[in-house]
Ligand binder design. Structure first.
Ligand SMILES: Cc1cc2nc3c(=O)[nH]c(=O)nc-3n(C[C@H](O)[C@H](O)[C@H](O)COP(=O)(O)OP(=O)(O)OC[C@H]3O[C@@H](n4cnc5c(N)ncnc54)[C@H](O)[C@@H]3O)c2cc1C
Length: 668
């Protein structure tokens, strides 16, 4: 072993799950070893494991998200292998009212709305290819020193709940999620009260020196500043204070010219588009990326572009080479001062009335929404009935798929085919084939909701007309990695004075301490001596070329990166960044969970115009919005999931689940 590996702690005893030549490998036991973890290790790789006592995927660490074993069958199908020959599959004789393909928020919501309308006796089967339910809304759970800590594996929070559309709002109400308690459960004062603020980490390879620069603790945090806006306050929304921006930049390794350009962008009054009307400016800035604005319009250097490239990357899911300039400025990237666009004031009065502090956070993110949905539909799976007890509620996965339960959730099962039994116009049933443990099985239902990814549906349903299949294939999802690292304490963060850092140029672009939350008897860490989870995001895009190509390459990179590579990068980056705080990666890291999301944020993508936008282009016609065509009901099959709304939001996933069931039941 290399000396540097030893210093990093690569030899330390943490669970490392990896994927080598098609074999799921668990290397070494865990320091956090519990009877549960041992039971899991014993069942590793066995897809019927969900029925065994002790099966509890949230405590699995290593490579999670799209974990080894979840995607291989689907990829073989993508590559041309067919699984639809009935002679190869077992006829189970199971017959349902509804089969839902995909156990993410959209699929769970579809089952919920169907049951609400069809009644509690409606028989529903949800089929999911991962070892856990929730889709992106996944829970990571750690146990250390007799204490449980949870964090979000993917979906973060209920954003702007006041703006939720009717069906999504009704679902939250029915589940008892009281979003008005947002400020009560999230302690926005904790980190500022300890003198912690956002910072920026400059790496040697990109900026010539490794340096962490913390923001000024004396700057007013304000209503918009929260523990998830991780940048230094002086570079945040609306601060625009030349002295403060200058003082921050003087501490950085950036060249003098770069510093001056950044000051100009934040505080200058240079008119970049002098001959344009406001409308023309907005249209033009929608048609170019933020990087194009920087380099072509503002005359910025490559170093300036490097500095801003991943600004809010974990939120946007891409580099700002792919974000329209106007959208980037709406999310706080500088430039609008000179352009005199006053974008904040242009937001709707509703948006201006509300604060980020109204966003509602569960400690495991919207995994709690998924868990509450599952508990409400299959009550035997977990005790309790409130949003406060859901965090500590023990889930018994062996109860998810029981014959005598009207709702069943089948994990580790990839759907490979769905077809009408007879002519789609008159058929009374849909037959669904799934592969579990290498064996195809057939089940039937009166209706089917596809709550998976749009791009996989043409493979599953070759019956769907060719133009609709083409539209479905146009849906793109952005790849990203959301990692949780368990620290034995966070004194290094306290000594340095940060709770978060933006790291342009580094392997992980965003790093932050967990959100400070309290739910019932669950309490996240409050003092630096306690263990805590640290969140790290990586957006695997190159910044070069077309969006679709960057995302395809990023997906490829994600699935081809070993856990060891992730681990080494985690240890190196944290070790370098937190060195001055006395952090020792070999000593202080206790567990690592890397959640890969090769099919992450759903986005609006317009092939005809060769444009992408995570934010909708208002000028797109319905014909440009391929997802409207793609999501049309086909016989007894309806299409849900966030791709069907081209929006990577929980409420979009819920609304699409609602729409899909309405389309089916409206026709029955
Ligand atoms: C890292 C991350 C952070 C996010 N943060 C937020 C946030 O803070 N707030 C917010 O509102 N939104 C957020 N989002 C977006 C939000 O998570 C999604 O919009 C929403 O949860 C998507 O739900 P879905 O059911 O449409 O898709 P998914 O969650 O992708 O679920 C689809 C499911 O179908 C399964 N599936 C696919 N093919 C098959 C098959 N052939 N057979 C069986 N199963 C199949 C998949 O494995 C998956 O489990 C985030 C997303 C990510 C990735």
């Amino acid at each position: 072993m290399k000396r540097s590996d030893r210093q990093l702690g690569m030899h330390r005893d943490i669970t490392r799950r990896d994927f080598l030549n098609g074999i799921n490998v668990a290397v070494t036991g865990s320091l956090l070893s519990t009877p549960l973890a041992q039971a899991l290790a014993a069942t590793d790789g066995d897809p019927s494991a969900q029925m065994l006592a002790g099966y509890y995927p949230p405590t699995r660490d290593g490579l999670r998200g799209s974990h080894p074993g979840s995607f291989e069958v689907a990829h073989r199908m993508r590559d041309g292998e067919r699984f639809d020959d009935p002679r190869d599959s077992i006829e189970t004789g199971e017959d349902y009212d509804l089969i839902v393909v995909g156990g993410g928020i959209s699929g769970l919501a579809a089952a919920w709305f169907f049951r609400k309308e069809a009644g509690p006796d409606a028989r529903i089967l949800i089929v999911e290819n991962h070892d856990d339910f929730g889709g992106h809304a996944k829970r990571n759970e750690f146990h250390i020193d007799g204490r449980m800590l949870v964090d979000l594996g993917g979906t973060e929070y209920i954003e702007a709940p006041w703006s939720y559309p009717a069906a999504a709002k009704s679902l939250l109400d029915d589940l008892g999620i009281d979003v008005s308690q947002a400020r009560k459960v999230f302690d926005h004062e904790l980190y500022p009260s300890l003198g912690l603020r956002g910072g920026i980490f400059f790496d040697k390879k990109t900026f010539g020196a490794n340096r962490l620069v913390a923001g000024n603790p004396d700057l007013q945090q304000g209503e918009q500043q929260t523990a998830y806006v991780t940048l230094p306050a002086e570079l945040e929304y609306g601060i625009g204070d030349r002295d403060a921006v200058t003082a921050f930049l003087r501490q950085t390794p950036l060249s003098a010219a770069t510093q001056e350009k950044i000051i100009e962008l934040f505080c200058g009054d240079r008119e970049y588009l002098a001959n344009y009307s406001t409308e023309e400016k907005l249209n033009f800035l929608q048609s170019i990326s933020y990087i194009e604005f920087l380099t072509d319009i503002a005359g910025a250097s490559q170093e300036v572009a490097d500095f801003f490239w991943m600004w809010r990357g974990s939120y946007m899911g891409n580099g700002v080479d792919l974000t329209p300039a106007v959208a980037a400025m709406r999310y706080g990237l500088p430039g609008e001062a000179g352009l005199k666009l006053d974008l904040m004031a242009r937001r709707s009065p509703e948006w201006q009335k509300h604060s980020y502090k109204e966003d509602f956070h569960f400690p495991d993110g919207n995994a709690s929404v998924a868990r509450m949905l599952v508990r409400a539909m299959i009550p035997r799976v977990a005790p309790g009935n409130s949003m406060h007890d859901i965090i500590s509620a023990k889930f018994d996965y062996s109860q998810l798929d029981q014959d005598d339960s009207p709702v069943r959730l089948r994990l580790n099962s990839t759907v490979v085919h769905a077809r009408h039994v007879g002519d789609p116009d008159n058929a009374k049933q849909v037959e669904v084939t799934y592969v579990q443990d290498g064996q195809s099985r057939r089940v039937r239902a009166g209706f089917c909701v596809m709550a998976c990814y749009n791009s996989v549906i043409p493979h599953l349903c070759p019956e769907i007309p060719a133009d609709q299949r083409k539209a479905l294939r146009q849906s793109l999802r952005e790849p990203l990695v959301s990692t949780n690292v368990l620290f034995r304490n966070w004194t290094a963060f306290q000594k340095i004075g940060i709770f978060a850092a933006y790291c342009p140029g580094s392997f992980f672009s965003d790093i932050r301490l967990t959100y400070p939350l309290q739910f019932g008897d669950y309490q996240s860490a409050r003092t630096p001596a306690e263990p805590i989870t640290v969140k790290m995001y990586r957006i695997p895009v190159s910044g070069k070329g077309h969006a679709a190509d960057q995302f395809r390459e990023g997906r490829h990179e994600l699935l081809g990166t070993t856990f060891e590579t992730f681990e080494r990068n985690i240890r190196e980056q944290l070790g370098t960044m937190l060195a001055e705080g006395g952090f020792d990666p070999a000593r202080d890291i206790r567990a690592i969970t890397v959640n890969r999301w090769p099919h992450g944020y759903a986005l609006g993508y317009n092939h005809e115009k060769n444009e992408m936008s995570y934010y909708r282009s208002e000028d797109w016609t319905d014909a440009d919005r391929h997802w409207l065509k793609g999501r049309q009901r086909f016989g007894r099959i309806a299409i849900a999931n966030s791709d069907a709304d081209a929006r990577a939001m929980t409420e979009a996933a819920i609304e699409q689940g609602y729409r899909a069931t309405r389309e089916l039941l409206g026709e029955s």
